[in-house]
Design a protein around this ligand. Structure first.
Ligand SMILES: Cc1cc2nc3c(=O)[nH]c(=O)nc-3n(C[C@H](O)[C@H](O)[C@H](O)COP(=O)(O)OP(=O)(O)OC[C@H]3O[C@@H](n4cnc5c(N)ncnc54)[C@H](O)[C@@H]3O)c2cc1C
Length: 318
């Protein structure tokens, strides 16, 4: 083990939430140290055009936008480092806490901001991977706009899939909703909404055999799991809405989470159930999952951490 390093504010994760937290923490003189993790810049580094982040009237490429976030955080004094948090010890219930980086270095942190995001679940078929970015997407709200007036398909059977199908139906000509079983998993209200939308066609008992197209999506081949019949549907956009996995497993022993692994924060706050530990972005948001909301909660986390540290210092000097 290397020697322990003491930091006032440790930020874990370098997506929009982490960088926004870093900008605010640096300006509040908290000398933030950030570990970027396995995907420096976060999820937006795997997309091309971001058209819904305010301040970019003609859109911006995801990797470029995240480079701008980084430049701003670094200019204001954030110490950005490559590395993964591999273990945490919150057992004392009061900071400082020890966070292990890459299984080697130990950081002793007075406050911690968790901004580790979430990863979309995929079907795991080769054509889905090959055409990712060429018409395959895991975010209808982010990418639906690029398929306006076109025919698309969405895979999934839960509330999120129904909500995204409904969102797409307002932009696209036709939405095929592919459901593996003979019924939805979604609430009755969401099912009702989907079934009553004229341009959504639900295809039950079907799984995706292959997404078709050389460089861009041109269709999808479905397999009926009951009859084994194959069917091809012409589409230009293929959306996967089968859930997300929050990157929160290393915190599981200590933090309150829902059954999927989203960190539960106090209402109107980013405070977790552990003193001095704050959570922001997609790691604690299963509802909105957008860059701008992640940035918003990143700001909140830095303000919460700053107020926590100030109150603690004030009580220590009394
Ligand atoms: C293909 C695609 C396109 C999208 N397009 C849009 C769009 O157009 N507009 C929009 O608003 N949103 C879009 N989104 C959603 C948006 O990217 C997310 O809502 C946003 O990135 C969430 O930000 P975040 O900071 O919470 O997490 P993320 O961006 O997921 O970043 C998480 C960070 O945590 C790090 N990390 C994880 N575990 C560890 C660890 N143990 N130690 C250290 N670091 C760790 C990762 O390396 C990463 O840097 C898109 C998402 C995808 C996948």
């Amino acid at each position: 083990m290397e020697q322990k390093e003491h930091v006032e504010c440790l930020i874990i994760g370098s997506g929009p939430a982490g960088y926004t937290a870093a900008i605010y923490a640096a300006r509040a003189d908290m000398k933030p140290v950030m570990y970027e993790g396995m995907q420096p810049g976060g999820q937006l580094t795997i997309t091309t055009d971001v058209e819904n982040y305010p301040g970019f009237p003609t859109g911006v490429e995801g990797p470029h936008m995240m480079e701008l976030f980084k430049q701003q955080a670094v200019r204001l004094g954030t110490d950005v480092r490559y590395g993964m948090a591999t273990a945490v010890d919150f057992s004392s219930g009061k900071p400082p806490y020890i966070v292990t980086i890459d299984g080697q270095k130990e950081i002793v942190a007075e406050s911690i901001i968790i901004a580790t995001g979430a990863s979309a679940k995929w079907l795991g078929i080769p054509s889905e991977t090959r055409l990712n970015g060429g018409g395959v997407s895991a975010c209808a709200v982010c990418d639906g706009f690029f398929y306006r007036g076109q025919d698309v398909a969405i895979v999934g059977a839960g509330d999120t899939a129904c909500e995204e199908a409904s969102y797409l139906s307002k932009i696209c000509s036709k939405v095929y909703m592919i459901v593996r079983k003979a019924e939805f998993r979604a609430s009755k209200a969401m099912q009702h909404r989907v079934m009553n939308t004229p341009n959504i066609e639900v295809i039950f008992n079907s799984e995706t055999d292959e997404v078709l197209g050389d460089n861009v999506v041109t269709g999808v081949r479905l397999n009926n799991v009951v009859t084994e019949e194959k069917r091809e549907v012409a589409i230009t956009g293929f959306f996967v809405a089968i859930g997300h996995t929050p990157n929160t497993v290393i915190f599981k022993e200590y933090l309150k989470m829902d059954d999927v692994g989203y960190i539960i924060t106090e209402p109107d706050s980013t405070r977790t159930n552990v003193e001095g530990v704050f959570a922001c972005g997609d790691a604690q948001d299963k509802v909105y999952r957008q860059a701008v909301t992640a940035a918003g909660t990143g700001c909140m986390a830095a303000l919460d951490a700053e107020r926590y540290l100030s109150a603690k210092k004030a009580s220590e000097t009394m």
